[in-house]
Design a protein around this ligand. Sequence first.
Ligand code: NAP
Length: 259
Amino acid sequence: MAEQSPRAQPFSGRVALVTGASRGIGHALALELARAGAHVIALARTQGALEELDDAIRAAGSEATLVPCDLTDFDALDRLGAAIHERWKKLDIFVGNAGELGAVTPLSHIDPQDWDKVIAVNVTANWRLIRALDMPLRAAETGRVLFITSGIAHRADYRPYWGGYAVSKAALDALARTYAAETETTSNVKVMLANPGPLRTRMRAKAMPGEDPLTLKTPEDLAPKLLQFLLPSSVQTGKLYDFPSDEILSFAGPQPMSV
Ligand code: NAP
């Protein structure tokens, strides 16, 4: 039998926190990072799914630390930041991937609790993590941050009914771009956003129940593409990687109306 050549380990010695690692995009990216040598800190609420990820990471010859936690427990995020600083003195990679869709319904029909949850998971938790992780990210030789946004945040024509989610992702874009600006000249930290486009996950199935999931690309197609922005050699910051077009996009402000 032909011997398999060992996989390159460009992330060897690097510590990476991935939120929403129990399934979908976060799961695929956590596994991809671990296979490339990173020690993955995997955060999500579903402990059983994190344990299955841990098994897969060990089978790939790497190691993980599991953090079963609800992102809306903001004090727990502070404790996580302190624990990372205490144990590793640095954090090389932070992927803010976990997301909540909320109800797809007119703005006037959104339940206030549902609105608060979408904003808490998609925006506030990511800000609380920036706050809790800023010190270990700056302490790393090359801190890399990636937030998973959505095309809906910056569509030229806003869609009806996706209001809570669209507002939260537009706010996430502003959060990421502000952190990119704050770190650009004062640290080696780079901060990117990624738009996955439609992918075969539980969230997409909830959003588009009539769609045939087999027509969609998968998180496993996306994950290897995202690694480039987490490498020490990556120079991009404050920009958006668009998976459907496989392009890095810069942000433009409002355009003059054509007459
Ligand atoms: P998914 O399969 O539903 O996974 C969502 C992940 O977020 C799960 O691991 C879930 O873990 C975690 N999560 C949700 N609420 C949480 C909370 N309160 N505390 C901790 N973890 C929480 O969705 P996905 O499609 O992979 O989505 C990943 C990201 O991609 C999201 O930010 C989403 O907005 C974005 N996105 C997806 C698509 C797409 O087509 N799939 C398109 C554009 C953008 P637990 O339930 O175990 O906590």
